[in-house]
Design a protein around this ligand. Sequence first.
Ligand code: SF4
Length: 305
Amino acid sequence: MTVREVQDEIIRLKKENDFCILAHSYQTHDILEVADFSGDSYALSKLAKTVPNKNVLMCGVRFMAETVKMLSPEKRVFLSNSIAGCPMAEQMSSDYIRSVKEEYPDHTVVAYINTTAELKTVCDVCVTSSSAVKICSAIDNDKILFIPDCNLGAYVRDKLPGKSFKLLDGGCPVHAAIKREEVIQAKALHPDALFLVHPECVPEVSSLADYVGSTSGIMDFARSSDAGEFIIGTENSILEHLQYECPDKRFYPLSKRLICENMKATTLNDVLDCVRFAGGEEIIMEPELIEAARKCIDKMIEMGG
Ligand code: SF4
């Protein structure tokens, strides 16, 4: 079958089998074209709650499908490819964080949403990369234990000098691998381009940026900016999406290494298998786990995240 034929079959089957397809922005363009919604993981999870479909397919990684299930426990939620995990989300166990909490009992535990449901059960409040500064600022405690991403944590810490942050040795292996020298090289190659970066990169990289923000924030900035050229410091898929949306602008990758293999584990054929109930993985979570893990998401919502 051609790509177009596979896409047509997915569109036919998602209607027949009552699926809503969500695609994270790091998915390939052929998957975005058959999705009902694309964007950041938390925005997609909130959208999934509002759709009438009985089945939701998350094209992304496991913690994203778990978040969809936690917010819509009455729906059947599927992960497009069961090997698609997120190394950062799975870096720290709940037992490890319990032991750190014993050392820092007066700290509020803030979890980046890129964490497993199990880990969320021992945290006080979740944040996304776009809400982290706002939520941490509003927390009624000056002492914050921020997990798992020490780079996002350092970015938030630098914005909130009145608070003290305990950071642990965790982070996104894709973004954190980028070196300051690569930024200097990219800027030398494209001197007129603005440099937009995700706060999961190390501070030595983020500090050279014209804009630091979430994936959606980077995309919004590039769409609305009067500038014509951009160096993109996040997963390289979004260059392709931006180039489709803004054909008159130019987008350059900060590094060819900014590719998340887990996000790329899902193929268009995986999506086809899922919507005909012949592939992927249904996310099954005990009600007790959903209830315990949701508390920190509910707290984020309560705090305006
Ligand atoms: S880009 Fe990083 S944080 Fe995002 S899914 Fe891949 S490993 Fe996880």
